[in-house]
Design a protein around this ligand. Structure first.
Ligand SMILES: [Zn+2]
Length: 108
């Protein structure tokens, strides 16, 4: 992925249970919140450093997904966002390239 691709807008809708990102190359990504929470990239959620690259994109399509809410989103530098979930968990840094990889369109 090119470094020049970055989000031009990031919108959360807890009501619709999605996070929507529009990218600088005009691509629009829509992430069900449950899938984003399950794929939190922090060390704890990924089960240790050796598993850091392993995600579960299928979680985006879980029909039994429970209601998940985002409390806050902060940009970290110019490469990532930090999401604070309603359960208080906020150690995941979602880098642009991780978010592009996790885009549910890539895993249909
Ligand atoms: Zn985590």
């Amino acid at each position: 992925m090119k470094d020049s691709i970055f989000p031009t807008s990031i919108e959360v809708s807890n009501g619709d249970q999605v996070l929507e990102i529009t990218w600088s190359d005009k691509k629009k990504s829509v992430y069900p919140l449950y899938g984003l929470r399950v794929n939190c990239p922090c060390v704890m959620c990924r089960g240790g450093h050796s598993n850091m690259a392993k995600f579960e994109p299928e979680a985006f399509f879980d029909p039994d997904a429970s209601d998940i809410h985002i409390r806050n989103i902060e940009q970290v530098g110019n490469h990532a966002i930090k999401i604070t979930w309603a359960d208080g968990h906020n150690s995941g840094m979602y880098r642009w390239e991780t978010l592009r990889y996790l885009d549910p369109d890539n895993h249909k």
